[in-house]
Design a protein around this ligand. Structure first.
Ligand SMILES: NC(=O)c1ccc[n+]([C@@H]2O[C@H](COP(=O)([O-])OP(=O)(O)OC[C@H]3O[C@@H](n4cnc5c(N)ncnc54)[C@H](O)[C@@H]3O)[C@@H](O)[C@H]2O)c1
Ligand SMILES: O=C(O)C[C@H](O)C(=O)O
Length: 328
């Protein structure tokens, strides 16, 4: 029995993500909120014969508040692709709504730039005195999906596509994205892992996968369907944890100051003092139960970490300072 809410549900990501959530048997109630078209999307989805009861809300008549009442999982794909300034304000306002109406919900942030929008949500929650670092997540699943897909392609093994998992650490933009092919499961062949040229090319492709889609769509938006797939697979893990399953592991961009769950260990491993990092976490009914260590990486992979840390620090500061002193 879980109420899930999608904020920005009528958008390019919001619609297919809502469809996938309507199809998820763990969701019993699905609220869709957007500044446009949410009731239409909700009525359309409500004709699908799965258990979730779907409702759509627009801003008038306290629509955001009504959408969020009783929410346990809130996903935010609201915003405008590649407009960080606009998204900052949108995410701040939606986070304010969650902090006041559903402060205990798991909050999953898709809106870009994730490296800055997650700190915005955290600062809003802090201002409202309801911050729990274990329940706020940046959605970086698409990077793992891309790294796994591209690696299966590169080793020309189609049978690997559905089962290969390549961990990706760091953040969700450019050089902050750190794919670690040496930790792939099942392991990739040595001929792939020892070829620096191939590794550099594929690392670049994962880091700039978003550009590949934007270019192919010729100005008509960024990744939506692959993002909805990635987002729904992360939500599925959260739902399993919320409904009591133990030992669910997921990659996500989280607050590291949340010790004793393992943030300090990550800082030691990465050799930097960033407040957030994308890592694998173990989820439980109350949120992050444990941040898992990164573990062994190759010299090449290690050489990418310092650049990521510098950029991440700036991105995080930009997000947090957007809220500093702001009246909410
Ligand atoms: N985390 C990731 O891996 C990832 C991947 C792809 C895209 N994104 C980001 O996701 C966001 C959405 O992308 P999209 O392609 O779906 O964009 P889109 O423009 O198609 O849809 C965004 C939706 O948000 C709605 N919206 C705008 N302001 C709102 C508000 N104040 N409250 C509620 N809804 C509001 C719009 O009406 C629209 O329906 C962008 O910021 C994009 O960069 C993130
Ligand atoms: O690149 C974008 O603008 C969208 C997203 O972050 C992506 O990785 O595809």
């Amino acid at each position: 029995m879980v109420k899930a809410v999608v904020l920005g549900a009528a958008g390019g990501i919001g619609q297919p993500l809502s469809l996938l959530l309507k199809n998820n048997p763990l969701v019993t109630s699905l609220s869709l909120y957007d500044i446009v078209n949410a009731p239409g999307v909700a009525v359309d989805l409500s004709h699908i014969n799965t258990p979730a009861k779907v409702e759509g809300f627009l801003p008038p008549n306290e629509g955001l508040k009504r959408a969020l009442e009783g929410a346990e999982v809130v996903v935010i794909p609201a915003g405008v692709p590649r407009k960080p300034g606009i998204n900052a304000g949108i995410v701040r306002d939606l986070a304010t709504g969650i902090a006041t109406t559903a402060p205990k919900a798991f909050v999953l942030v898709i809106s870009n730039p994730v490296n800055s929008t997650v700190p915005i949500v955290v600062e809003v929650f802090k201002k409202h005195g309801v911050f729990d670092p274990k329940r706020i997540f940046g959605v970086t699943t698409l990077d793992v999906v891309r790294a796994s897909t591209f690696a299966a392609e590169a080793v020309k093994d189609a049978s690997l596509a559905a089962k290969l998992v390549v961990p990706v650490y760091g953040g969700h933009s450019g050089v902050t994205i750190l794919p670690v092919f040496s930790q792939a499961k099942p392991a990739l062949p040595a001929s792939f892992l020892e070829n620096k040229e191939t590794l550099e090319a594929i690392t670049h492709r994962v880091r700039y996968g978003g550009d590949e889609v934007v270019k192919a769509k010729d100005g008509a938006g960024s990744a939506t369907l692959s993002m909805a797939y990635a987002g729904a697979s992360f939500v599925e893990k959260v739902l399993r944890a919320v409904t009591g399953e133990k030992g669910v592991i997921a990659p996500t961009f989280v607050y590291l100051e949340a010790d004793p769950v393992g943030g300090a260990e990550i800082k030691k491993e990465i050799g930097g003092d960033v407040a957030y990092f994308s890592v694998n976490v173990e989820l439980g009914p109350t949120g992050v139960e444990k941040i898992l260590p990164i573990g062994k990486v190759t010299e090449y992979e290690k050489s990418l970490f310092p650049g990521a840390l510098t950029e991440l620090e700036t991105n995080i500061k930009t997000g947090a300072s957007f809220i500093d002193g702001a009246k909410l």
